[in-house]
Design a protein around this ligand. Structure first.
Ligand SMILES: [Zn+2]
Length: 338
């Protein structure tokens, strides 16, 4: 009777999982095509997602620390917990494997104590969803099973040093949305809209594509505090002329930066660097402007969205790179969640 109940429960679970898997297929019909590009995912992961390769997939997930390598039986026998080391055993369930106790015959899911426990889909689908996230595909219907955002936010909190800008001999430009760039027309549709959440934007002109730091703020003082936190001492800062007066005095007084100059003043310098920078300011800010515009749709989730974008810009030069990096940090960040 008990076995029958377990079997029924398992069948129900499988039906629910199949529904989620189908929903994933339906909401992201191109996911299959999208993982066709060369790279880590294509070479190593994709072959393991095919039916019949669940064992290899589980082994890899164990190696990555995403599945437990050992499991103790937590079944109560009389007044005592069994506590026997469990065996990895094939099973006729969705995951194809389970932990089995040879002493009391108790079973535990291979997802116990892992980030996958809260995901309702198969492990293969879970990895496809994570890749989809790395590719910045919108998958709203399955957002409740998307751990990626919370993992990345945790990463952002733990590794603050990865997201600092500038330093000696480097140049950082600072502006805010909605007045990005110095071209008045760049986003005039946003200029007079009171519902817009202003966002501080910091860009470092060191790498291509440019890395951005985004921070929604309410008072200019909040923005100044954030600039001081993110931009390292010794940096040369170029600030939009419109922000200049408010921000300049405050930043100058902290004596932390080598040069603080407005975009207006920059036009007066006829050096090749100043000229090039001036000509390219709008181009530099264009991706930031698009992200800030998109962020306005996110309401209370704006900060999460902006952190995702910063993370992807830094670690996702290709979706496959983002996937690999995310996988390597997944467990650390998941275990350290509040
Ligand atoms: Zn046991």
């Amino acid at each position: 009777m008990q076995i029958l109940e377990i079997a029924e429960e398992e069948t129900e679970k499988n039906v629910a999982v199949a529904e989620v898997d189908n929903a994933v297929e339906a909401t992201s019909p191109n996911l299959d095509d999208l993982d066709s590009e060369a790279g880590f995912f294509q070479l190593f992961i994709r072959p393991m997602l095919k039916p019949g390769h669940e064992g290899e997939l589980c082994e890899w997930l164990k190696e990555m620390g995403l599945l437990q390598r050992t499991m103790k039986c937590n079944n109560s026998v009389g007044n005592e917990i069994c506590n026997t080391s469990m065996h990895w055993a094939p099973a006729r369930i969705l995951d194809k494997y389970q932990w089995l106790c040879h002493k009391c015959n108790s079973k535990r899911s291979i997802r116990e104590n892992t980030a996958f426990k809260q995901m309702k889909c198969s492990l293969a689908t879970a990895l496809r969803i994570i890749l989809g996230w790395c590719k910045n595909i919108e998958m709203e219907e399955i957002s409740e099973i998307l751990l990626c955002t919370s993992i990345v936010i945790k990463f952002f909190q733990i590794h603050k040093k990865e997201f600092i800008f500038g330093g000696f001999n480097s140049l950082v430009i600072v502006d805010t949305f909605p007045i990005l760039g110095y071209d008045e027309e760049i986003n005039n549709s946003f200029q007079n809209n009171n519902n817009i959440q202003p966002i501080l934007c910091i860009a470092e002109i060191k790498e291509i594509p440019t890395h951005f730091y985004f921070y929604p703020y309410n008072t200019i003082n909040e923005a100044v505090i954030k600039i001081k936190e993110i931009v390292q001492p010794g940096t040369a800062i170029v600030i939009n002329s419109k922000l200049y007066k408010d921000v300049f005095v405050n930043l100058r007084d902290c004596n932390k930066y080598s040069v603080i100059i407005s975009t207006e003043e920059l036009t007066q310098f006829d050096t090749p660097i100043a000229k090039t920078l001036n000509e390219n300011l709008n181009t530099i800010w264009l991706p930031a402007k698009n992200i800030c515009e998109e962020a306005q749709k996110y309401g209370n989730n704006m900060t999460s969205y902006l952190i995702e974008q910063m993370w992807l810009a830094k670690f996702g030069s290709t979706p496959s790179t983002a996937f690999e990096y995310l996988m390597h940090n997944f467990n650390d960040c998941w275990e350290n969640q509040d």
